[in-house]
Design a protein. Sequence first.
Length: 266
Amino acid sequence: MEIVLRDNLILVTTDFDTLNTQWMKDFLNHHSRGMLFLPKAVMVFRNEILAQQREVFINQLSQYHATKHDFSHEFFLRSLLKFGAQPIRIELNKQEEPQEIKVNLYAYNSDTVLISLEYPNSWILSYLRSQLEVYVERGTDISLVLDVSDYKAKARLERALDKRHVLHYQIKYSYNNRFMSKLYSDFAKYSFGSLCQEEEDAQKNHFYAVLQCPVGASQNKLRDNYKRLAKAYHPDKILQEAPHMVEHYTQKFQLLQEAYSALKII
């Protein structure tokens, strides 16, 4: 294990065995809802509600690291605690051979979806919970039952299923031929035109929200907010920051451009 303290994060580079130790898994499971899953790493952001668990973890991390490298735990702990408010990135120190995990999708009806794993895997389940927690009705160590009764829930489910790599796991989703027809059966009652109009109105309202304007705001208000937000989120301002922050600002900047381009012609 190696730990690097930076201005904007704590970087922990370790092997998969250490990542699966109970104290490490307990900490990550507590933070699963607000955790960012990457192909080779996880990023844990500070949560005031879980401040105590975070402090306990930093203490355990310091002890483990000091024991491995034979130096003073107390001295290193003081250094770690100075960075206690920063995100913690835990990264695998070598590229593990990809392991395929099969996940089955089943729609009871248009409102309820079952996600089930063949075998328990806390990392895959933590990823799914982090993306879908607000829609989880119940779950076990190998399954989640989701309430997807509105289009936002369905859209969130689709985005979650788009990600196929978590740490060194490769997710393979499977479903029967009736899954899609059951899941979207409610849309059959709409005509093509009415469905398109509803989607268009929802998208327009979303663009107003992106520009932090009330629906129907004037062109002057749209222009002023766009200029202010584009200046605040321009990626060139944070080129020296962590890559995930640059990516976040870039996506936000592009969304602002898309929203303003769509609304300024209305």
